[in-house]
Design a protein around this ligand. Structure first.
Ligand code: C5P
Length: 250
C-alpha cells in the first residue's frame, strides 16, 4: 500500500465502521463514553483519526447513539480530519451487533474490505490498522489484532447465593490471546455473518467463526487497549502525553 496517495483504482477499497452507540456505564456517570475527552479531544475523534490515518481507508462510518447522530455529525465537523477520507454518521441500535449491522447497511457498494473498530480504542497505532488490512488483502476472510495475556484466565461456574464462585477450568494461557480492534473482513463475509448469526457475540470475528470460516491473528498493540474503566482514562492520557513529548503527534 502506498504511503503518500489514495489507494490505486485497482486496489480493493477499504471502509471503517466505528460502533460508538454504547453508553459506557462502566466508566462511571457522565457523557456517553465515545464523547468523553482525552487530551481535550473526544475519544471518538481520536478513533476516527486512527482509522483515517491509514492511507488505505477512504471512508469512515460512525455509528452514533440512536438519539445523537446530529450531535456526532457536528462534533466531526468541528474537528480537523484528513480531507482524503469521507465520513458518514448513522444512528445505532440497542446492541453493538445491531449498531455494526446498521453501519454495514450504510456502506456504498464499491468497498470490498471493512474494518470494524471500537470507538473505545482511540489510540490504536496506524501500523496495526495497516497490518489488519494487509492480511485481508492477502486473502483472509477475517483478521483480528491480538496480544498474549499477562494474567492467567480461569473459567468459573455459577455460585450458590452468598458463596464464592467455583473455578471450573484453567485454559492454557500460552494458547489464549486478548483480541482488539480494528478487526478486518472481506465485506461479503461480514455481511453474511450478520445475516446468518443471531446469537449474542462480543466481537465481529466470532460471527465469522460461527460460519465455519477461518479467522487469523496479526500482532496487536498495547496502545490499542479498550478504555472501559476509570483507570483506562488515566492510562490513555499518559499515552497521549508521551506521544506529544516524543513526536508532537496527538
Ligand atoms: O460495550 P463494549 O465496550 O463492548 O462496546 C464496544 C463498542 O461498541 C463501543 O465503541 C460502543 O460504543 C459500541 N456500542 C454500540 N452500540 C451499542 C453498544 C455498544 O455501538 N448498542
Amino acid at each position: 500500500m502506498s504511503d503518500d496517495s489514495r489507494p490505486s483504482p485497482t486496489e480493493p477499497r477499504t471502509a471503517a465502521v466505528i460502533p460508538a452507540a454504547g453508553r459506557g456505564v462502566r466508566l462511571g456517570p457522565g457523557a456517553p463514553k465515545a464523547l468523553r475527552a482525552l487530551g481535550g479531544t473526544p475519544m471518538l475523534v481520536h478513533a476516527v483519526r486512527a482509522m483515517a490515518a491509514s492511507r488505505a481507508v477512504s471512508l469512515v462510518v460512525v455509528v452514533a447513539p440512536p438519539d445523537g447522530a446530529s450531535e456526532v455529525k457536528s462534533l466531526l465537523d468541528a474537528h480537523a480530519l484528513p480531507e482524503r477520507t469521507d465520513f458518514l454518521v448513522v444512528p445505532g441500535g440497542d446492541s453493538r451487533q445491531e449498531s455494526v449491522r446498521l453501519g454495514l447497511d450504510a456502506l456504498p457498494p464499491d468497498y470490498d474490505i471493512v474494518l470494524v473498530h471500537d470507538a473505545a480504542r482511540p489510540l490504536v497505532p496506524v501500523d496495526t490498522v495497516d497490518a489488519v488490512i494487509e492480511a485481508v488483502r492477502a486473502g483472509a476472510p477475517a483478521v483480528v489484532p491480538a496480544l498474549p495475556l499477562a494474567d492467567t484466565v480461569k473459567e468459573v461456574g455459577p455460585a450458590e447465593p452468598g458463596e464464592p464462585e467455583p473455578v471450573v477450568a484453567t485454559p492454557s494461557r500460552a494458547r489464549l490471546r486478548a483480541v482488539q480492534t480494528p478487526q478486518g473482513f472481506d465485506r461479503a463475509t461480514l455481511v453474511r455473518a450478520h445475516e446468518e448469526v443471531t446469537e449474542d457475540v462480543t466481537d465481529d470475528a466470532s460471527m465469522v467463526e460461527r460460519l465455519g470460516l477461518g479467522v487469523v491473528v496479526v500482532p496487536g498493540h498495547e496502545e490499542a487497549f479498550k478504555v472501559t474503566r476509570p483507570l483506562d482514562l488515566v492510562l490513555a492520557e499518559a499515552v497521549l502525553a508521551r506521544r506529544r513529548l516524543n513526536d508532537g503527534f496527538f
